[in-house]
Design a protein around this ligand. Structure first.
Ligand SMILES: [Zn+2]
Length: 376
């Protein structure tokens, strides 16, 4: 485990293998990375399960069984990345620069974390020092709908979990949820020469938009602050000379623990009702597209991680600004924290990178966490 060469080798192999999420039909998907992970699991001699998730995209899950039965710990790392358009250099170079950063799409989000998990499992598989079971789950589709982890938790329960998204080795115990909804605004078409005979749905939609930015959120979370809201997309109208009969606004609302999807739909419906009460022509309805819950966890793993991180730096417990698969794990009853190498500022960026030394330190922590947590 002292040897950084092996961590680097695994990370290079993952980053140099494209695995762009295919949600828009352009990415190649996770298959090639899944094959690398599966080969490594087989070399380690651990039990391997493939879970078919969607369109021949599958999770690869390795289970290392300890000398005695006991607790089970899941390390979860997603294999997919976002696209590579606009990146500065070869997105799959996996080149190490002089400052010790390894470059390429997915380096931070989150092939660094996945490499650290794999290196830790490999080291543990060569010893007989662990009790219980360590599960490393390489999952698909985190960057779109999170279906990989939804599938994972159908077959796997555990005493605890760690999702290795880039937290810069801070311990993430909470993050916001995401509600995405559409507001359909109905107007009335009329000839452009007589707009007084119609109802301009685009102008009506503006009324809703201006209201969402006036919301005063009362609840505030200790680590996450207040909820936030913004518009994402808009579509409406049909041609130059026609008053638009319809307009749809797409809205994203980030939630804090304690809020539910019903709360968000109620909030939007109330805005619609309020506009209507002073303007009877206003005609709109709200429809939820997707809801990803927030998460907040209290878990034994936190104190183990605090002790282990202190070998390298001052441990910090944080709330995260972004959503992760840890929400799905927690919702399924697996207390899960977010802890991994790299900075979220590099994730999805046109110069994505991760510090190799940090990946290696995280790997050592994953290695020791499996032993200490599972042996108690
Ligand atoms: Zn990620």
């Amino acid at each position: 485990m002292e040897d950084i060469v092996r961590t680097r080798k695994i990370l290079e192999e993952l980053v140099s293998t494209p695995s762009v999420n295919p949600f828009d039909g352009k990415g190649e998907g996770e298959r090639a990375v899944a094959q690398i992970v599966e080969k490594l699991f087989n070399e380690c001699g651990v039990d391997v399960v493939e879970q078919d998730v969607v369109d021949n995209r599958y999770n690869v899950i390795g289970t290392l069984k300890g000398s005695r039965s006991g607790k089970r710990l899941i390390y979860n790392g997603h294999m997919d990345t976002v696209g590579v358009k606009g990146m500065n250099a070869n997105p799959f170079s996996a080149e190490l620069d002089e400052a010790g950063f390894l470059h390429g799409r997915g380096a931070a989000d989150m092939k660094g974390g996945l490499a650290a998990m794999l290196a830790a499992m490999e080291a543990l598989s060569k010893e007989n020092s662990m009790q219980g079971e360590l599960v490393v789950a390489a999952v698909v589709d985190e960057e779109y709908l999170g279906r990989g982890t939804q599938r994972l938790v159908k077959d796997f329960s555990a005493s605890a979990g760690v999702v290795g998204e880039p937290t810069g080795m801070k311990i993430g115990v909470a993050h916001k949820g995401v509600a995405r909804y559409a507001v359909e605004v109905i107007g009335k078409a009329a000839h452009g020469s007589s707009p007084q005979n119609g109802i301009d749905a685009i102008a009506e939609a503006c009324k809703f938009i201006s209201e969402i930015y006036k919301i005063e959120f009362k609840k505030e979370h200790q680590l996450l602050g207040k909820p936030v809201i913004h518009t994402s997309m808009i579509s409406g109208g049909s041609e130059w000379s026609t008053v638009p009969a319809g307009c749809t606004i797409y809205v994203e609302r980030r939630t804090i623990p304690g809020e539910t999807e019903d709360d968000i739909i109620r909030e939007a419906s109330e805005i619609i009702q309020n506009i209507k009460s002073s303007d009877s022509r206003f005609n709109a309805s709200v429809k939820l597209w997707k809801y990803f819950p927030p998460m907040q966890v209290q878990c034994e793993v936190v104190s183990y991680l605090q002790a282990l991180v202190s070998d390298f730096k001052k441990p910090e417990i944080v709330g995260l600004p972004y959503w992760t698969d840890a929400a799905t794990m927690n919702a399924a009853g697996i207390p899960t924290v977010v802890f991994g190498p790299g900075s979220i500022d590099h994730a999805h960026s046109n110069n994505e990178m991760v510090n190799l030394e940090e990946v290696h330190q995280t790997s050592k922590i994953y290695y020791k966490l499996a032993k200490t947590f599972l042996n108690h």
